[in-house]
Design a protein around this ligand. Structure first.
Ligand code: NAD
Length: 289
């Protein structure tokens, strides 16, 4: 048999994305051995029972011993802490990557803790569901989805190539861009939309004139789609907003301006303004589905 791409892969965090990677890597024979770090005994037991990993450790430092690929797959708020923990024990020549939804912060908070002979290749698979935890994963999650890699300018070319091949082998389409550009694009395509969903569901649940049961009863269409998005993991999303602050505030500023224009159009009965926008947005939808 051919050599697997990696000898030993260590997944730090084994939730939706970590468990999906474990399953996909196994299915495609990408690592000789797969191990994980999970803080709770229950998660470690689940990971072993589901056959996601060959071994499960309580700490990141134990999991990375002997690993040539390390994947940070926890909420991004703890990336810096994990990097600090693994920095002293990570093997020379190893590749450290991650799946976090914000990228500039990885270069800033993970990079400085790693030795010079360890290669950092930050990544973001643009794929997910509103479910979380080790039981939510499935091997096909990344198929035909984009995976964006944001290597540092002076990054190792061979390491980038290997991480690129890893994602391609799991079925993803790989794109390479700067971390800053990634964070700006994802602010408008993903982060602000989630904030809007959290906000509208919050607003509806705080109303006095409309009962909770009416909100649920009449939620077909519009509101229902928002509730699915607003069911996404609270820790993950808190960390995204705290760590992509500037780009989110920039895009939110644009959003609020445009919303104010719509508010004005409604107030003054400017039907053409509304109709023109709705026509334009319908064309966008038709071009993507
Ligand atoms: P998840 O909640 O399913 O899994 C995260 C896991 O990390 C949990 O099991 C949690 O217990 C564990 N964890 C937290 N702190 C830890 C620590 N210090 N050490 C070890 N484990 C720890 O979340 P997920 O959806 O798999 O997200 C993981 C990462 O992937 C996040 O950084 C997120 O931004 C990114 N991401 C998520 C999606 C998505 O749609 N869910 C998509 C792309 C990227």
């Amino acid at each position: 048999a051919e050599h697997p791409l990696f000898r030993r892969a260590a997944l730090i965090g084994i939730g939706l994305i970590g468990s999906s990677m474990a399953l996909a890597m196994r299915q495609h024979g990408l690592a000789g051995e797969i191990v994980c770090a999970a803080r709770s005994e229950a998660t470690r037991a689940t990971a072993l029972r589901l056959g996601l990993v060959d071994a499960a450790f309580a700490t990141a430092a134990e999991a990375v011993a002997g690993a040539d690929l390390i994947v940070l797959a926890t909420p991004i708020g703890v990336f810096g802490q994990i990097a600090e923990e693994i920095g002293p024990v990570v093997e020379a020549g190893a590749i450290v990557t991650d799946v976090g939804s914000v990228k500039a912060m990885v270069l800033r908070e993970v990079g400085p803790h790693l030795p010079l002979n360890v290669h950092l290749v930050p990544g973001h698979p643009v794929a997910g569901t509103e479910h979380s935890g080790p039981e939510a994963g499935f091997a096909e999650l990344f198929e035909n989805r984009w995976c964006i890699l944001t290597p540092p300018e002076d990054g190792d070319a061979a390491a980038l190539d290997k991480v690129s091949r890893l994602w391609s082998a799991m079925g993803a389409k790989v794109e390479i861009m700067s971390a800053q550009h990634h964070d700006l694009v994802l602010a408008i395509t993903s982060h602000v939309p989630h904030l809007i969903a959290y906000n509208i569901v919050g607003t509806a649940s705080d109303l006095e004139a409309v009962t909770q049961s009416e909100v649920i009863k009449y939620s077909a269409g519009g509101f229902r789609d928002f509730t699915r998005i607003a069911a996404s993991d609270p820790t993950m999303w808190r960390d995204i907003f705290l760590n992509n602050r500037e780009a989110v505030l920039e895009m939110l500023g644009r959003f609020v301006e445009d919303l104010t224009a719509l508010q004005r159009a409604i107030r003054w009965g400017e039907g053409d303004t509304l109709f023109d926008l709705f026509t334009r947005t319908r064309a966008i939808r038709r071009s993507i589905v």
